[in-house]
Design a binder for this molecule. Structure first.
Ligand SMILES: Cc1cc2nc3c(=O)[nH]c(=O)nc-3n(C[C@H](O)[C@H](O)[C@H](O)COP(=O)(O)O)c2cc1C
Length: 240
């Protein structure tokens, strides 16, 4: 398993040119299921996955990605959308699940359940609730003051919570790409696109944000532009 993972990680490359080979839609869908199993902040799952397969939509999305090669030659797209605005419904989902979980109906389980419910009932709204951006500033100042005396969670502004949601979406994106690699397919993550146009094309809610568009296909012989280059590892690795 260790070797298999190493192979998958080292095989994945960003592919800019795909062959005209069709990939079964269900294979991509299965990798999207893997994406949805990624770790995510508070298990709120503030994401959505749009699997674009129809020729007409493919052309429009490619155009919105400036027809860059990775988009123009793609067989399918997966658009990973961040939905911070869904925190209330996803919080409810978690609370309902915890309330109805049979193993939490007695003893230690009851105590754990009560802590988990309090987490979703009180803590999540404390950091996610917004009122014209003002609550975030209030939370920030509050954290600054309390933080003088004890450790406190400081990422409480609206912009911080956007980052929190995007982090989880990016983890889903990586799950997706590695899953595709494990099946012998190729991908390219893209942030080079016109987000407003993509939102219109996919009829997305205005409050949604596009985290990444991932093109999928089978790589052409010239699909990878060069060897994988990274700065020396000791420039980024610090053992303390
Ligand atoms: C968030 C993100 C956005 C990216 N956007 C683009 C893009 O718009 N077009 C593109 O060709 N590659 C894009 N890439 C791919 C990177 O250029 C690529 O990952 C990097 O050069 C390292 O190469 P490797 O993925 O083959 O290891 C993106 C990668 C990430 C993670």
């Amino acid at each position: 398993m260790k070797d298999e993972f190493d192979k998958i990680v080292r095989t994945r490359r960003s592919v800019r040119k795909y062959k005209k080979t069709d990939i079964p839609h269900d294979d991509v869908k299965n990798s999207i299921i893997h994406a949805s199993l990624a770790p995510n902040s508070s298990n709120l799952q503030l994401w959505e996955f749009y699997h674009v397969t129809s020729g007409n939509l493919m052309k429009k999305i490619s155009r919105a990605c400036f027809d860059q090669p990775a988009a123009r030659t793609a067989n399918q797209f997966v658009v990973i959308v961040t939905r911070k605005d869904l925190w209330k419904s996803r919080r409810k989902f978690n609370m309902n699940y915890i309330k109805n979980r049979p193993e939490t109906s007695s003893g230690k389980g009851l105590k754990k359940r009560s802590i988990a419910i309090k987490y979703y009932k009180y803590l999540i709204p404390t950091v996610y609730r917004e009122f014209f951006g003002l609550l975030g500033y209030f939370r920030y100042v509050n954290a600054l003051l309390i933080g003088l005396f004890r450790p406190i969670y400081r990422q409480v502004m609206n912009s911080d919570m956007r980052i929190v949601a995007h982090k989880s979406s990016a983890l889903a994106a990586q799950n997706f790409m590695l899953s595709m690699t494990s099946k012998g397919y190729d991908t390219c993550p893209m942030e080079g696109f016109d987000s407003l146009r993509v939102k219109k094309i996919l009829s997305l809610a205005s409050s949604s944000e596009i985290n990444m568009i991932i093109s999928c296909g089978v790589k052409d012989e010239q699909g990878v532009y060069g060897e994988q280059i990274r700065v020396p590892f000791d420039e980024v690795y610090f053992k303390k």
